[in-house]
Design a protein around this ligand. Structure first.
Ligand SMILES: Cc1ncc(C[n+]2csc(CCOP(=O)(O)OP(=O)(O)O)c2C)c(N)n1
Length: 413
């Protein structure tokens, strides 16, 4: 932390094969140096302010770190604490000194018994650790207080019967129409991480797997190999991945698919941004993170260069276009890659005039609510039920209008 200081002089490349080239012969020579460095770090861990003892009441001493430290300070302000800021290697002497100056030693850490096990191996008796603070879930100040002092703070119960409010796609989001049709086709969607993962949640509920960033296409490939060809769409897999995730770690799996003759369908939802994490630039957006102009990677050209012949573009705001082209892709016995090009409406501030509902035509059937748009809500007037569109939220994308069987949604007259 502090002011940036520029390195004086010119930085030069120095060739030093035994240091930088980890062939077995040099790796063997480097290993002792790594061990020496850990010993030096251990000495540093004993003296650095990052590992500090805050002595208070000596009845209870707590070894903790990070967010757990904040909970401990809130829950047990009088307890003595050893706060670890450098958590590997541990400061053995400091831990022993702290343990010796308190009556009872507790280790409060989220997840695994990372400190507790190492401290026990040092020969230090831990009075309480994972017996009170479980391996799973998250800690909180209230939970720590309850476990240590047996005092459970009273928290008011939520009113019964409140509806769940899962997060939804933004009004106007290009992912909405895609998932509406994937649901209609009843395919198995092997998903990935990004705004489109919200397609897994009700009322859409059309993503059936998501493990980690970049896994969609490879999981889909594996499922396709196991299941084999089928005419039943519910037994067909469509992998769905965003542009940023594709550039990050989806490209290699796609190459593997075509090399190993997958018959799955992969959809790349190219909204020209990294939407979920706040709209950062990526290799397709045409800008560097610093805001300078950059290349804009051409996804269809890239995919064709891998050897994929069936590369199809879809307009995500035209439900018929999506369904027709997806049916062709699903019926093909060769892999198809569907590229959906539509800029993120939030990031690029895209909006069209808000749509309106014709109350005379609306039957209150709720079909439009199933596309999961927060601009839409159901109103009641006596026995009459009808949908209204909030003009401040609606981006005029038209997806809700396309699912209305009564032609009740349209532009304002
Ligand atoms: C390994 C890993 N790194 C970073 C993240 C954080 N993260 C969540 S979603 C996402 C990318 C979303 O961008 P994109 O795939 O383009 O989809 P969009 O949200 O724009 O629809 C990132 C980087 C993560 N989940 N996993």
């Amino acid at each position: 932390m502090g002011e940036r200081t520029e390195q004086p002089g010119k930085v030069e490349l120095v060739k030093n094969m035994p240091k930088y080239t980890m062939l077995p012969v040099s790796a063997k020579q480097r290993h002792p140096l790594v061990e020496e460095r850990i010993l030096k770090l251990k000495e540093y861990a004993e003296t650095t302010e990052l590992n500090r003892i805050e002595m208070n009441d000596t009845k209870v001493g707590i070894i903790t770190n990070g967010i757990s430290y904040q909970y401990v300070k809130e829950a047990l302000p009088n307890a003595s604490v050893l706060k670890l800021g450098l958590t590997y290697p541990l400061p053995e002497n400091k831990i022993k000194e702290f343990a010796g100056s308190v009556d009872k030693l507790l280790v409060v850490e989220e997840g695994d018994a990372f400190f507790e096990d190492q401290i026990t191996v040092m020969g230090v008796k831990v009075d309480h650790g994972k017996d009170l603070f479980p391996l799973t879930g998250e800690l909180s100040a209230a939970f720590i207080k309850a476990q240590v002092e047996g005092v459970t703070p009273k928290i008011k119960d939520a009113a019964a019967g409140l509806p769940g409010r899962p997060p939804a796609f933004c009004p106007g989001c290009s992912h909405r129409g895609i998932f509406t049709i994937l649901k209609k086709l009843k395919v198995f969607v092997s998903g990935d991480i990004g705004c489109y993962t919200l397609g897994a949640l009700p009322p859409i509920g059309a993503m059936h797997a998501c493990v980690c960033m970049g896994a969609s296409i490879s999981m889909g490939h594996g499922m396709d190999k196991v299941i084999g060809q089928s005419d039943d769409y519910s037994q067909k897999v469509v992998s769905v991945i965003g542009d940023s995730t594709f550039f990050h770690s989806g490209m290699t799996s796609l190459l593997n698919c075509i090399y190993n003759k997958s018959t799955s369908v992969a959809m790349i939802l190219d909204n020209r941004t990294t939407g979920m994490t706040g709209g950062q630039e990526n290799p397709g957006s045409g800008k560097t993170l610093g805001g300078d102009d950059a290349i804009s990677a051409d996804i269809p050209a890239l995919v064709k260069a891998f050897g994929i012949k069936n590369v199809v573009k879809i307009n995500p705001y035209d439900l018929k276009d999506i369904e027709d082209k997806m049916r062709v892709a699903l019926d093909s016995d060769e892999m198809t890659v569907v590229v959906v090009e539509a800029p993120c409406v939030l990031r690029y501030k895209i909006s069209h005039p808000a749509l309106v509902v014709d109350r005379e035509k609306c039957t209150g059937c709720k079909q439009c609510l199933k596309v999961s748009c927060n601009a839409l809500s159901l109103e009641e007037d006596g026995d009459d039920k009808f949908v209204v569109i909030d003009p401040n939220m609606c981006a005029g994308c038209g997806v809700c209008a396309q699912v209305c069987k009564f032609d009740a949604i349209g532009e304002a007259k």
